[in-house]
Design a protein around this ligand. Structure first.
Ligand code: SF4
Length: 156
């Protein structure tokens, strides 16, 4: 699961380049998901979820929220995260179809990938993301404002 990057990045500020300085990505960045599924699988990680997000997933699947909480979440340092199988795959990932089964109700952490502050902290950090996510650095253009809006929605 992709969020292993978050483990050491929770203290990132909202604007890693400073409030006034233009960040290194001021001219925008590119991203289009190729649906490869790599960020939902593999190395262990965390996907933070709130009660509201769990409820959205439960409503989307037509299941009780208690069932979603029981089978798809775990507590990590007092916070709720989606859980994963022993191989690191998110329990909402369909390995045969290589797709997210709750894509329309996915949490903010998934919606804002790869524009997390930890990934934007430096050009090298972004390059590291591009090397493991084939959609990062390619495809659709995101302006500075669009990047900042996404990064501001989660502390990653
Ligand atoms: S292209 Fe990137 S964001 Fe899309 S599924 Fe693959 S690793 Fe995840």
């Amino acid at each position: 699961m992709s969020a292993e990057a978050s483990e050491g990045a929770e203290s990132c500020s909202a604007d890693p380049a400073g409030a006034d300085a233009a960040p290194w990505y001021k001219d925008g960045l590119q991203f289009t998901c190729t649906q490869c599924g790599d960020c939902c699988t593999g190395a262990p990680g965390v996907v933070w979820v709130t009660d509201d997000e769990l409820r959205e997933i439960a409503d989307y699947l037509g299941k009780p929220i208690g069932e979603i909480r029981l089978f798809h979440t775990r507590l990590i340092r007092g916070r709720m995260s989606l859980t994963e199988f022993a191989n690191g795959d998110c329990t909402f990932f369909d390995p045969r179809g290589r797709k997210c089964t709750v894509y329309r109700a996915r949490p903010v952490q998934c919606r804002t990938w790869p524009f997390w502050n930890s990934h934007l902290a430096s050009a090298q950090a972004w390059q590291n993301v591009c090397e493991k996510c084939p959609g990062s650095g390619e495809g659709a253009f995101f302006s500075l404002e669009q990047i900042k809006e996404r990064a501001s929605r989660i502390d990653m």
